[in-house]
Every structure is written in C-alpha cells, then in structure tokens.
Design a protein. Sequence first.
Length: 192
Amino acid sequence: MFPETSAYPDAPPLRTLLEPRRPARARARRARMLSTILLGSVIVAVLVVIVGMVLGIWRFTVISTGSMRPTLNPGDVAVLTSESTADLKQGQIVAFHPPGEPQLTVLHRVSSVHRVPNGVIIQTKGDANNTTDQWRARIIANTIWRETVKAPKVGYLAVWSHQRAIRLGVLILIVTLVVSMLLGTIWRPAPG
C-alpha cells in the first residue's frame, strides 16, 4: 500500500503537532518586543531627566523633614524649575540657602517679598510650622528655584540608594538583566 492511500478513505488526514508551537513563538516574540520597548522607555526617561538637569531646566530635591506637610511629605521628591526673581510671588514654594548656612537648602513657602535695589528679601514659612522662619533670606541672583511638581515617596529610593547593600543588589539586577538579554539573542532558535 502506498503512503498516499489510506485503508480508511473517509478518515481525515493526520495532523502534525507543529501548530501549538506557533502561539508559543508569537507569545515569546511579543514578550521580547514588550521588554525591549520597556527598556528603551526607561533609558529615554533617564536620559531626558539627566539632560534636563545638565541644561539647568530642572533640579530635584528629596524632602527630608515634615516642615512642609501636608503639601510636601518626607520622602517626596520636589521638582524645581528656575524662575526669575522678578516673578517671585507670595505663596510660592522656593528653594534657598538660609543666611549664614550655604550648605543647607531649605524648601519653604514665601510669606512675604520685599524688593530692594540689589536683590529680593523673602520671609518664608513651612506649611506645618506655626510661625515664620527666624531669618529673612536675601536672593541676589536673577533666578530662584521654585517647586512645580512633586513625586510622592520617590525620594525613599534616593535615600535607600546610599546603602551599600541596596546599591550592590541593584547592580546585580542590572547585570543579570543585561546578560540574560544578550544570552537570549545568542541562544534564540533559528526562525523556521
């Protein structure tokens, strides 16, 4: 009997088990494409943040105290943008150095603005504080950093990143992901 003929002429032809592999390949292809898009998006976002900081478009500061609660809580990240001191108004949240403390940056709300010939003098107050700050800060620059957006709780990542164990864990995770992606391209089965 020839292989083309069958003892049972009404029987359907035999099917091979290659069909289930196609959906698995399609899922694997979609997963690779999704992970590539996700990785590319993260890289682009990081580059945009870094370029913005280098160009002086924005800065970030981690809120470490509760003096600005409920507006800014400890662990939040405040995004600061540069603004002309001529546009400075009461009610804005600004970053500045208190008199005599150039290493300390304070982020408080402006309670009063006094324009003087060689700059601006501001009185500030934290939202959670009962009284205004004990100092009056003189702003001699032409610009001041103003809070425009906050990212809640993101600052804890910055705080944790200063711990050696966390940095090592993140490094191991990044190396593992890169190596697995490279091995995936090497060991990928041939199409067909």
